[in-house]
Design a protein around this ligand. Structure first.
Ligand code: NDP
Length: 318
């Protein structure tokens, strides 16, 4: 628990440095909330792991993820955001001042807190995923699909995301393999129909991915196992340039769950169209509360809302 003498008081604390966190910081700083932003482990968030971003308005020639996040950081700093490297690892939201512990030692108490800790895409856990990340392996078809136009790619997963991503990629790529570990899709009937009606999607049921292969220049294929663990088990390779993971995301909410209501998947629940959580003065923005859209631009918009909600909350309290 927080020791009173080591607590720093801030008006508005923002946790997370993706588009939601930085946008919240820009708005909060301009509203004179003197925000302090803790970046988390991955400064700049998920977008720092993508290469080219071509769908964020304002960059007509495209921009790399790391450069765009650096631009956002500078913009937040320009208006006076105090940006610090550190990870929030415990909270105490029982009082009217919200306490957040950073890096296991320092406690901050804030009048308003904006949670923008994002979500982490799930990966299969095979070493080759790391090797080809950004040069063949991606967890976002909308972000990276364009770079595989005219090529053969694979999507892993049998849920709505996998089906949606496969259908999206089918419009850009030559051929899309959908690698599904079960003998059926978990996706909604409507989504399954879409997949079935798309001629250049081939669904590989009861397939698991054993490995990926290629050169330093990029991915060349995947080694699959059919009916893994059965007497009929068989290995075969597919030639692909892109390998898209769509096996779910994990929202980064573990630290907050004791106080903040989340849905069955762990996403923070917010009130109506606002960013308000069940705890007055605590707001949520971006992928941490959005299982559906998960885009840089939608996160930035959510960050804006959270800062406006925080500003209104603080004004009403005075
Ligand atoms: P889901 O959890 O629904 O599906 C994950 C899929 O990945 C499942 O098919 C699962 O297989 C598979 N999977 C998980 N781990 C592995 C693994 N290690 N190896 C191989 N396959 C694996 O996640 P989604 O992201 O698809 O959807 C999340 C939520 O968002 C859902 O509620 C969905 O309905 C919703 N959504 C809605 C959309 C829409 O309505 N337009 C679009 C996208 C998402 P298995 O089935 O065997 O467990």
């Amino acid at each position: 628990m927080a020791e009173e003498n080591s607590i720093e008081h801030v008006k508005c604390l923002i946790i997370g440095s993706g588009p939601a966190g930085y946008t919240a910081a820009i708005y909060a700083a301009r509203a004179n909330l003197k925000p302090v932003l803790y970046t988390g482990m991955q400064m700049g968030g998920q977008l720092t792991t993508t290469t080219e971003v071509e769908n964020f308005p304002g960059y007509p020639e495209g921009v790399t993820g790391p450069v765009m996040m650096e631009d956002m950081r500078k913009q937040a700093e320009r208006f006076g955001t105090d940006i610090r490297f550190g990870v929030a690892d415990e909270v105490d939201f029982t009082g009217s001042l919200h306490k957040v512990r950073i890096d296991g030692e320092k406690w901050i108490e804030a009048d308003a807190v904006i949670i923008a800790t994002g979500a982490t895409a799930k990966y299969l856990g095979i070493p080759a995923e790391e090797k080809f990340k950004g040069v063949g392996v991606s967890a976002c078809a909308t972000c990276d699909g364009f770079f595989y136009r005219g090529k053969d790619v694979a999507v892993v997963g049998g849920g709505d995301t996998a089906c949606e991503e496969a259908t999206y990629l089918a419009g850009i790529c030559n051929k899309v393999y959908l690698i599904v570990r079960k003998p059926y899709l978990r996706a909604s009937k409507a989504m399954q129909e879409k997949v079935n009606k798309t001629p250049n999607i081939e669904v590989l049921f009861e397939h698991n991915t054993k490995d990926l292969f290629g050169t330093d220049m990029g991915l060349e294929g995947a080694r699959l196992i059919y009916k893994m663990g059965t007497p009929e088990e068989k290995e075969h390779d597919i030639k692909i340039d892109g390998f898209f993971l769509a096996i779910g995301h994990t929202p980064n909410t573990e630290v907050f769950k004791k106080y903040i209501h989340t849905d069955g998947q762990g996403y923070i629940l917010t009130e109506g169209r606002s960013s308000r959580t069940n705890v007055p003065g605590v707001f949520a923005a971006g992928d941490v509360m959005d299982p559906d859209y998960r885009q840089g631009i939608t996160s930035a918009g959510a960050g804006c809302r959270a800062a406006i909600d925080a500003e209104r909350y603080l004004t009403e309290r005075c």
